[in-house]
Write a protein of this length. Structure first.
Length: 162
């Protein structure tokens, strides 16, 4: 059998190895405890990240809706601006024609000899053609009555200048 000295040496080596295992197990337990606490912190961090992601997605959806509405509003204003531009171009053309007719009437009255001739020209002057029906800035139809009033005011002003 085994001699008692060898048995004692084997027992001492076994005790040393068991002591090393115990020390290692204690250290491992401490590290596992810190890992569990880090896991809880990581879970809390991930929950906060998920909430932040959800808020960002909601904000992005609201931003898309807002930008779509703003785009529609800009499109409507752009269409209205185009209508106004067309109206202004029409008015400018009409004003240029009227100015040319007035200049011609003034030249003719000067050539014919004075106020009596200009009164005669004012009565015989051919009025401009009625403007075609157009849509106004608010979308309503124009009836041309405003143009007749402007013409009569213009004729009164010209007669007052003589």
């Amino acid at each position: 059998m085994i001699s008692p000295e060898i048995s004692l040496i084997v027992d001492l080596v076994g005790m040393g190895l068991l002591s090393a295992v115990i020390v290692y197990a204690v250290r491992l337990n401490a590290r596992l405890g810190s890992l569990k606490s880090d896991k809880k912190e990581l879970e809390a961090l991930l929950a906060g990240f998920a909430q932040s992601t959800q808020r960002a997605e909601n904000a992005l959806a609201r931003l898309k809706v807002g930008s779509s509405e703003a785009g529609d509003a800009v499109g409507a204003q752009l269409a209205q601006a185009r209508e106004l531009r067309d109206d202004l171009a029409f008015i400018i053309d009409r004003a240029a024609d009227t100015a040319e007719r007035l200049e011609q009437a003034i030249r003719d009255s000067r050539e014919l000899g004075g106020p009596a001739a200009s009164a005669k020209l004012a009565k015989t002057a051919k009025p401009a053609a009625a403007p075609p029906e157009r849509r106004g800035p608010a979308g309503g139809e124009r009836d041309g009555r405003g143009g007749a009033r402007v013409k009569s005011d213009l004729l009164k002003t010209l007669q007052g200048m003589r």
